[in-house]
Design a protein around this ligand. Structure first.
Ligand code: A2P
Length: 345
């Protein structure tokens, strides 16, 4: 009989948590039991899974008893409080927050890029930042053929990155504006409906926000090189759940758009969407609900002989968060990597 596993979702009521539920049901993950964890606020609620109403429990030490895998998406401070406790109980934690991503002993994994890194986990595996996951999946196949020297990225990030409440707020703001009322911002720092603003994460002394530095540092860690120079400008846009990115890539040597297109069209996790006649390229609306990162508008950078320009869109909640985490869980199961290496029981 094939083995099945006890899984807990920490943050089950959130935007990523509910997507995790759907993915676990639809990808036929070998599940024995599923436990749904959130804050005290959600106790008494249920969520539907494969036709059954599962109760939400408040997270606690005991909640991790007998759990093999924790899929955590409840924010950095919640992960910092609970991940260690879950690992002590013998679980492997796949954490969607930024709490552990840059720790040397914590693998930062995108299964299409660096699945081998997962084998070195000590109980926690980090799921990268959403914009970084989408970028990595699209660029890794090109970097394999000719190394990338420098990246200049501009992001167009959906409300979902700020959680379910931010998504609801954009919808409420849109209705308010359309009926002549002012847009109220309570979750997001400014009105997002019919607007956009530079990402509001904390700024460093160089003027870069945390989200931009995540892209710089996490991409290098996933690609296993500190040599790629990266700069980014991250912007929140009034889109519900798919991010877009305009990417300028400088390679060590010239890379023809035709060859890049051919590579993208046969690589895992990406899909080439280009209709030059119709001027039709990836759009967030088309990326929504899809597993693949959509890539298009691949063209020679007219300002640099070794440069390419491309445009990508990907579902932030899906490949940018929940799907990548479930793929990591599948990898752990497939490669028999569930026993935390540094923990003895
Ligand atoms: P709750 O609904 O009980 O507040 P999102 O990223 O969409 O905002 O979702 C955040 C998720 O993290 C929700 O499931 C939320 O649960 C959960 N969460 C937030 N704070 C805590 C906490 N202190 N302990 C456990 N879960 C938390």
């Amino acid at each position: 009989m094939s083995k099945s596993y006890n899984v807990a979702i920490l943050g089950a009521t959130g935007a990523v948590g509910t997507e995790l539920l759907e993915l676990l049901a639809n990808r036929n993950f070998p599940l024995a039991n599923l436990k749904l964890l959130a804050s005290e606020r959600s106790v008494g609620r249920t969520l539907s899974f494969k036709g059954e109403n599962l109760p939400i429990e408040a997270v606690s030490d005991r909640a991790f008893d007998g759990i093999d895998i924790v899929l955590a998406s409840a924010g950095g401070s919640t992960s910092k409080t609970w991940a260690g406790k879950a690992v002590e109980k013998g679980a492997v934690v796949i954490d969607n927050s930024s709490a552990f991503r840059m720790k040397e002993e914590v693998p930062l994994v995108v299964p299409e890029v660096n699945p081998q890194a997962a084998a070195h986990h000590q109980g926690i595996i980090a799921n990268p930042n959403c914009t970084t996951i989408l970028l990595s999946v699209a660029l890794w196949p090109l970097h394999q053929v000719r190394p990338i020297k420098r990246l200049v990225v501009a992001t167009y990030q959906s409300a979902s990155g700020a959680g379910a409440k931010a998504m609801a707020e954009v919808q409420t703001q849109s209705s308010a504006i359309l009926s002549g009322q002012p847009a109220v911002a309570e979750v997001l720092p400014y009105p997002l409906a019919f607007n956009l603003f530079p990402h509001n994460s904390p700024l460093n002394e160089q003027g870069y926000c945390e989200e931009e530095m995540k892209m710089v540092n996490e991409t290098r860690k996933i690609f296993g090189t500190q040599q790629i120079r990266i700069t980014a400008t991250c912007v929140r846009v009034p889109v519900l759940r798919a991010h877009s990115e305009a990417v300028n890539i400088e390679f060590e040597v010239p890379f023809s758009p035709e060859e890049a297109r051919e590579i993208i069209s046969r690589s895992p996790g990406v899909k080439l969407i280009e209709d030059w006649q119709a001027n039709h390229f990836p759009m967030p609306i088309e990326a929504t609900g899809r597993d693949e990162v959509l890539v298009g508008r691949i063209r020679q950078d007219i300002s640099h002989p070794c440069g390419l320009e491309l445009w990508l869109c990907g579902d932030q909640i899906r490949k940018g968060a929940a799907l990548n985490a479930v793929q990591i869980a599948e990898l752990l199961v497939e490669k028999n990597l569930l026993k935390p290496l540094a923990i003895s029981h």
